[in-house]
Design a protein around this ligand. Sequence first.
Ligand SMILES: Cc1cc2nc3c(=O)[nH]c(=O)nc-3n(C[C@H](O)[C@H](O)[C@H](O)COP(=O)(O)OP(=O)(O)OC[C@H]3O[C@@H](n4cnc5c(N)ncnc54)[C@H](O)[C@@H]3O)c2cc1C
Ligand code: FES
Length: 281
Amino acid sequence: MEVEMNISKKKTSFEYTEVKVISNINLQGDYYMLKVEAENLEQQPFPGQFYQVKPLTINNNISGLGRILFKPLSVYDYSGNSLSFMMKVIGSGTYDLSTMIKGDVLAIYGPLGNSFINDDSYTANLKKKKRAVLISGGIGYAPLYYLHKKLLEMDINHHWLHGGRTADDLFDADYICTDDGSKGSKGFVTNCLDLFFSNHQDQISQVYCCGPKPMMKKVYQIAECFGFPTLFSMEEYMACGIGVCLGCAVKKSKSYCDENAYMMVCKDGPVFEGKEVDWDE
Ligand SMILES: Cc1cc2nc3c(=O)[nH]c(=O)nc-3n(C[C@H](O)[C@H](O)[C@H](O)COP(=O)(O)OP(=O)(O)OC[C@H]3O[C@@H](n4cnc5c(N)ncnc54)[C@H](O)[C@@H]3O)c2cc1C
Ligand code: FES
């Protein structure tokens, strides 16, 4: 369901900011890195948070009125001067974003949602143990990069496993694999998890994951067997982005069922503990 957002620059609750594109690079295959100026942004984003974005100009022309929806994109990187989004072209919205050039204007609002990193006591806890594990599939790489950067800054030891369908879906990580064996090990990223978790059983403090839902379900099941806490960034299809249309609903795990059996990715997430989610839905 496509819903027109009633977002105006003048309204306070969903005020968007206009930012200029610094660069937009095709990384490989359908993947792009869109970098925009961030000086006008009031808030610093945290890992796992996202922005709703929409091109106001494309190739320095006013963008077409037919494509009116804002699209959610995770923070890939943020430096104070610039904000980067890593994108995979899926349909018309991400296609438009991929064709923006230097000097084009992007409307963005955010940062939205919760974060992988909750507060100081959380990171202190994380530091006590020895290792966090990041697991991504395909464009699930995007939100984990900023987390990786923050973990490095906080001196938290971590290991990153990344899988893709083909070599085009691969990016830098400690362990890489492809479904077709075109680069890295052959097979799903989850194939090596049992062994990896067994080898580091006493050290792992937290598992972070983003990728296709079947992959995340498998990661949850394996991590659960080892008793590791898990955090997942869910990238359900979004329409309104503000908790109104219920388009991004994720079913709550039965053990968590109270009066609200569903959680909204846009409003309650996008980061959820693995045990909160009903993975059979
Ligand atoms: C919180 C959040 C963070 C995200 N972060 C990123 C990011 O950093 N980089 C990135 O490239 N993408 C990210 N996405 C996904 C991205 O928002 C969608 O790919 C995009 O909105 C698709 O819009 P479109 O107009 O290109 O395609 P559409 O025309 O809207 O969709 C094309 C087809 O893909 C399906 N589809 C669209 N979105 C999804 C989805 N999320 N999951 C499964 N199927 C889908 C549609 O049902 C349709 O069949 C994120 C999504 C969420 C909810
Ligand atoms: S996108 Fe509409 S409720 Fe989340």
